[in-house]
Design a protein around this ligand. Sequence first.
Ligand SMILES: [Zn+2]
Length: 249
Amino acid sequence: MNFRRTTLFFASLILLLGILFQGFSISLWWLLIPIHIYLLILVLGAIYIQHNFYLKSRNNLTPHHEKQIMLTFDDGIHAEFTPIILDALKEKNVRAMFFLIGKNIPGNEGIVARMLNEGHTIGNHSYSHGMWFDLKSVRAMVSEILQTNGLLESISGMPVRYFRPPYGVTNPNVARAVRQSGLISVGWSLRSMDTVATSEVALLQKLKSGTFPGCIVLLHDRCEVTSKVLTDYIDYCKDQGYTFVTLNS
Ligand SMILES: [Zn+2]
């Protein structure tokens, strides 16, 4: 199910019901039911990137049966916690993906270079990561994406391939902007909720219980709690037989 097919289905349904209801003199208020269901589907499609409703994203690794997972970190660079996370990954010999916010890059170019030198993959997470990013025009979104690509490419010398929509929210404009930018959208299958984690124990438990073969894990390198549990989580995954990959592996 995607946006286009769903819209076509509900438009046809509402038209058909409208004709039937008029023929049988039934109140048109009943049409509010499919309209509300349609609106609910649009909202759920926007919130849950895993549904690929507006935009097809990589939300899992394939094949699923292999014990591989991918760690992803959003919202960097954070001058304090990103280096701690890089230290943990280096110590454990794990490669990950970092989706960077463009406005956080100036002044932290050395940390981006370190990520690349240590084998991590970097992706684009918009320039502003503003609250209202999803309400911007396609042109404004593309402008943000290209601005961040320019910053990343000036450090790496390589074209950026991956984009993660801010907040994981998608809509028709985000989909168009990603397509126009020529990037691959990357979602997730395990949302750690580390930004609102109440304790290290709770976060670690959520990560452990949610891990499965092929999952893409969403974490944030701006979170202190994430930097504190990362080593234990990696140890747990290794004990369970998992290996860590990135989309560039
Ligand atoms: Zn984010």
